[in-house]
Design a protein around this ligand. Structure first.
Ligand code: CTP
Ligand code: CA
Length: 221
């Protein structure tokens, strides 16, 4: 199809993409994470590579194979992702943050396995850095894309994130739609640009969504 044809319309562009969840250790055995599988971000990386971009993919732990033909950087925690993203930010033109970054981490990681007690257990969680917010502050003329996974008031929340993080585009996932969200091969998303123009895409594969996102970027840069 035309959609999946590989026109080299991103040739000469450098893209930084983050994907997957982050994991935040409680002790050597246990961690906090979320349901992200990385499929959406890997699809964007693959699509961008196919369209001629020079791609760097920074990924949390996933079961996916690192795609060929790009620089691949593996991370575990939000803080590691923050460091790698900031290191790679300057040299890239387009940054797409599809990773599901943990908002909190345990205040301390116990060096040894925690033993269970008779009492309830309270774990204090502290805030992780907001990577995308930091990028928004240094945006310059880079093109910044964020994601928003929501269960309710999708467009309102997504628009708030777009403005707060100084983004050019936000891809809002409707987690309540059938055939959308974590682990699925399809997605149902809204694309909202900096003018707040909002387009709802039909249910389509994540690779097709990836190409739609890239189409929108190509038109705006
Ligand atoms: N994000 C990030 N660093 C974080 C949290 C989120 O870079 N510590 C990025 C995500 O990669 C995504 C965007 O910010 O592109 C929105 O993430 P989301 O979790 O939907 O929004 P939050 O701002 O974390 O707000 P909340 O979770 O409260 O909805
Ligand atoms: Ca969050």
């Amino acid at each position: 199809t035309e959609l999946l044809s590989m026109e080299a319309d991103l040739k000469g562009k450098k893209l930084l993409i983050t994907a997957g969840p982050t994991i935040e250790a409680i002790d050597p055995v246990r961690y906090l994470t979320n349901h992200s599988t990385g499929k959406m971000g890997y699809a964007i990386a693959e699509a961008a590579h196919g369209r001629g971009a020079e791609v760097t993919l920074i990924s949390g732990p996933t079961n996916l194979k690192p795609p060929a033909g790009m620089e691949f950087i593996r991370v575990n925690t939000a803080e590691e992702m923050y460091d790698r993203v900031l290191e790679n930010f300057e040299e890239n033109d387009i940054i797409i943050k599809s990773a599901a970054v943990a908002d909190y981490r345990p205040e301390a990681t116990h060096p040894q396995k925690m033993k269970k007690q008779d009492d309830d257990l309270y774990i204090k969680l502290v805030r992780n850095p907001d990577i995308l917010m930091e990028l928004g502050k240094r945006k310059g003329n880079k093109y910044l894309v964020g994601f928003a996974a929501e269960t309710n008031d999708i467009i309102e929340y997504a628009k708030n994130k777009l403005k707060k993080k100084n983004l050019d585009l936000i891809v809002a996932n409707d987690l309540t739609e059938e055939g959308a969200g974590f682990g699925k091969d399809t997605n149902v998303v809204y694309l909202i640009d900096s003018k707040e123009d909002t387009t709802k895409l039909d249910k389509m594969t994540k690779l097709e969504v990836a190409h739609k996102v890239l189409d929108k970027i190509v038109k705006s840069i």
